[in-house]
Design a protein around this ligand. Structure first.
Ligand code: NAD
Ligand code: NAI
Ligand code: ISE
Length: 337
């Protein structure tokens, strides 16, 4: 059976996901697309030689009788609306991160999904599908460095557009760490503080960059994450776990070591599309397989909610300068594995 996909949002990642679902992965075809920029949507499918229907309104994609499942790849503030519409239509939905702009919005999705009675939502947290993070978790779980005590992480982008604001460093960027570090440590956040170093001259007026986010978890692990989205030199994701008996570090993406012009060098990637290209393939193939089988298993609406509960506390901490509690309610049994 071929899963017929409708894609809402044909920007950067929408085009990437349309390409991989049509040309790389098995078991799916893109039959409908939509974007508020209708010409952009048309160009996106023409570029790939696809014969998908183009709709002016994402809700038409959700309702279309030709569409079995949805990919929501539009701007962050639109995710909640389209995910709720997919649940109301009883269709599986892969929603890019963040699931919604606040914990409250994510909770509405969780409640709607529970009311429907079956998992319909997978959130686009791809790092748990990345071979490097999987290898790192294996080392920790095997007890090779003892119990984790501290994590030092960095999320660096070379540059961001002018509409990127200080809170988006949390909701749009740190949200990946907020999810993957829960998964990696099998722990939840207890409190958070945000401190601002000297701001880079490369940041636009509405952005304080870089930021350092400091967490304590329930087990007492201390985590520092540097978010630096105008770092200029590349797209660089770092994660170092300090344990009782050793240190484990996220592997660097492989690259050729060059000796040239009196320099020893390796290339650093500059684009998120390339850094996690394999992980996106694996996460979406899993979504296609699981949606076809009628049982989603990837990052859930609850994971999206848990990340947003922490994100809300981070934004509060950005504004207060104080240590803010992170209060995650008990997970409903509906989300037990
Ligand atoms: P983008 O701006 O390039 O593309 C977004 C597209 O959505 C635009 O074409 C826009 O016109 C369209 N859009 C906005 N509102 C819409 C609506 N209501 N209906 C239909 N289309 C709508 O952005 P992007 O870089 O592709 O990011 C899209 C989403 O993907 C964001 O939520 C972002 O957080 C997420 N993302 C995730 C990753 C990741 O690593 N997991 C990477 C990039 C982007
Ligand atoms: P983008 O700006 O390139 O694309 C967003 C698209 O959504 C645009 O084409 C825009 O026209 C469209 N759009 C906005 N509102 C819409 C609406 N109401 N209806 C239909 N289309 C609408 O942004 P990008 O980088 O593709 O990001 C899109 C989403 O993907 C974001 O939520 C972002 O957080 C997420 N993302 C995830 C990544 C990941 O690694 N998982 C990486 C990059 C983005
Ligand atoms: C983007 O939306 C992503 O999700 C990327 O993975 C992240 O590195 C970047 O900061 C976001 O803007």
């Amino acid at each position: 059976m071929t899963l017929r996909l409708g894609v809402i949002g044909t920007g950067a990642i929408g085009q990437e996901h349309i390409r991989r679902c049509s040309k790389v992965l098995q078991g799916a075809e893109v039959v409908a697309v939509s974007d508020i920029n209708v010409e952009g949507a048309r160009a996106a499918i023409a570029k790939l030689g696809l014969n998908a229907e183009v709709y002016a309104d994402g809700h038409e994609v959700v309702k279309s009788g030709d569409v079995d499942a949805l990919l929501v790849t539009s701007w962050d503030p639109t995710h909640e609306e389209f995910t709720l519409a997919a649940i109301a239509a009883g269709k599986p939905v892969f929603c890019e991160k963040p699931l919604a702009m606040s914990a409250e919005g994510c909770r509405r999705i969780v409640d709607a999904e529970i009311k429907f009675g079956k998992r319909l939502v997978q959130v686009g947290f791809m790092r748990p599908y990345d071979a490097g993070y999987v290898a790192l978790k294996k080392v920790i779980t095997a007890g090779e460095i003892g119990e984790p005590l501290m994590l030092h992480c960095a999320h660096r982008n070379p540059t961001v557009p002018e509409n990127y604001t200080t809170d988006m460093a949390i909701t749009n960027t740190l949200i990946h760490e907020l999810d993957v570090l829960r998964w990696l440590t099998e722990d939840d956040y207890k409190s958070v503080q945000v401190v601002f170093p000297r701001t880079t001259s490369k940041a636009h007026a509405k952005l304080r960059d870089p930021q350092i986010v400091l967490f304590e978890t329930h087990k007492g692990i201390r985590i520092d994450v540097e978010i630096f989205v105008n770092c200029a030199y590349g797209y660089d994701i770092q994660c170092e776990v300090v344990g009782e008996t050793g240190i484990a570090k996220l592997p660097e993406p492989s690259s050729v070591l060059m000796r040239k012009e009196a320099k020893l060098s390796e290339t650093i990637l500059t684009d998120w599309k390339d850094r996690f290209i394999d992980a996106y393939d694996v996460e979406l193939q899993a979504f296609i397989n699981d949606a076809t089988a009628g049982q989603l298993k990837g990052p859930s609406a609850w994971d999206g909610y848990a990340a947003s509960v922490a994100a809300d506390a981070c934004i509060k901490a950005q504004n207060s300068g104080a240590i803010e509690p992170v209060e995650l309610p008990t997970r409903p049994t509906f989300y037990d594995k």
